[in-house]
Design a binder for this molecule. Structure first.
Ligand code: ATP
Ligand code: MG
Length: 445
């Protein structure tokens, strides 16, 4: 098999080889090229020790970080290339980190410490593809399979449990039976992994095309770090709008929404408050009054625990709070809703509502989708006619108001709010002249 290596990778490998060392492209980049995809970054492994790698590449633009883990980073044409010395990991502590790493001279040993067969292939032009663990065959079979004994590999490093789910979700691969059994068996070990590392993998799982089967098939794993899902699993909704239990509906909403981080998180967390808010009326029909607010509070706690950044957290919470609003599809109400959620987030809210409908009873779907389309269309029309959704876009600002003779800060604030409400409600045009007149009117009164 011939892989077209990028110029820089080829150059680094050839320089190392010319000094008698072995060097290969390795890991994700080989997996991606074997799959016919363009890798986002290229990692290189070599028999040269870090100081020897530095020596060989000394004229190049070298960043000396991570040298103690055996990694030298070379920056070239704005891109980083990581060159790591062949190594094995020593014994593992706390299911998450090796106590020490040992440099070794054989590629085989280096590949055998790697997590999955599809990630344990190496390539250079001299030797072609090195694939001791049948990674290429597993790519063909669309299978995530541990290198070595799965139970042992997950005990060494529990993050691999989420990495397996991530590759399954992103690549659309199944997980090999033995690997899958070991994932279920060892899921609790994730308690030893920091929430930052969990979150980073979990977001990738959520973004994958195979997210539905991963979340449904491995809810026991997800519940280790988000135990709030446990009451949702199998929770029947007893409502004609729904055909799935709360967890299945949730997962289907995630799969139906665009794969954008905030949207996928909002879809995941939008109904978490349902089990708490469940009531059954005299006809035996289930209701969840007030669940968006409870879900939003729970989402805030969960995202704080998982160390989401503030923007992601705030946007997600806002979307959840408003996911169930039912406004009359008229410009005035659309403007109010857009003002409430913010112009930037409004399309995401509609996208979330659309996905939520897609995950409900198919018999009632088309009218809900039409409604979502209408809310988006009206918003688009409002945007193109220059409608205002935030106080900042008012045609009159604080200085203009001062120039009209109102100098008290509190009064200025009140005026702005008053004008903003008029504009949102369609009772005034957003022009300097119209707004000035409105202020003159109240001054007269
Ligand atoms: P991506 O496309 O996301 O970069 P990747 O496979 O390159 O995927 P990285 O996290 O960049 O993933 O890791 C590079 C390589 O290092 C992997 O392909 C794998 O061979 C190895 N590796 C990474 N993390 C682990 C781990 N926790 N245990 C064992 N091997 C690992
Ligand atoms: Mg990588």
């Amino acid at each position: 098999m011939k892989i077209q290596l990028p110029f820089t990778v080829k150059m680094i490998i050839e320089k190392l080889e010319s000094k008698g060392y072995d060097a290969y492209a390795v890991g994700g980049c080989v997996r991606d090229t074997v799959m016919g995809k363009c890798p986002s970054d290229w990692d290189i492994c070599t028999s040269a020790l870090p100081c020897e790698t530095l020596d060989v590449l000394k004229k190049d633009n070298i960043i000396k970080n991570g040298i103690k883990h055996g990694t030298v980073t070379v920056r070239f044409d704005g891109q980083n290339y990581e060159i790591t010395t062949f190594r094995t990991d020593g014994s593992y502590l706390d299911n998450r980190r090796p106590s020490n790493v040992t440099f070794v001279s054989s590629l085989r040993e280096d590949l055998s410490r790697r997590d999955f067969t599809i990630n344990a292939m190496a390539y250079n032009d001299r030797d072609g593809l090195t694939d001791y663990f049948s990674g290429a065959a597993d790519i063909e079979k669309k299978l995530v399979r541990c290198v070595g004994e799965p139970d042992k590999r997950f005990n060494e490093d529990a993050l691999r449990i989420l990495r397996a789910l991530r590759f399954s979700s992103v690549l659309g691969f199944d997980i090999d039976k033995k690997t899958s059994e070991a994932i279920h068996k060892n899921a609790e070990l994730l308690k030893n992994i920091s929430f930052e590392r969990i979150m980073s993998e979990f977001v990738k799982i959520l973004m994958g095309k195979n997210v539905e089967s991963v979340l449904l098939g491995y809810s026991d794993v997800i519940s280790v770090f988000i135990p709030e899902i446990i009451p949702m699993i199998g929770f029947e909704q007893k409502n004609p709008h729904h055909v799935y239990d709360v967890w299945t509906h949730t997962v289907k909403t995630v799969a139906a929404v665009k794969n954008e981080k905030t949207l996928r998180l909002a879809a995941l967390l939008h109904d978490f408050g349902k089990p708490q808010k469940f009531t059954v009326d005299e006809n035996g029909v289930g209701h969840f009054k007030g669940h968006p607010k409870v879900s939003a509070e729970m989402a805030k706690n969960i995202l704080t625990r998982l160390k989401a950044d503030n923007k992601t957290k705030n946007d997600t919470v806002k979307l959840i709070e408003l996911h169930d609003v039912r406004i009359s599809p008229e410009p005035k109400y659309v403007r109010r809703l857009a003002a409430k959620i913010g112009e930037e987030l409004y399309p995401s809210l509609i996208e979330l509502k659309r996905a939520d409908s897609l995950a409900q009873n198919p018999d009632m779907r088309s009218q809900k989708l039409e409604y979502a389309d209408k809310l988006q269309r009206i918003f688009n029309e409002e945007v193109s006619r220059g409608a205002v959704f935030s106080m900042k876009s008012l045609a009159l600002n604080g200085n203009d108001i001062i120039n009209l003779g109102i100098t008290d800060g509190v009064e200025i604030g009140k005026c702005l709010k008053y004008l903003y409400t008029l504009v949102i409600n369609g009772e005034a045009e957003n022009t300097k002249q119209a707004l000035t007149e409105k202020l003159r009117d109240i001054k007269k009164d």
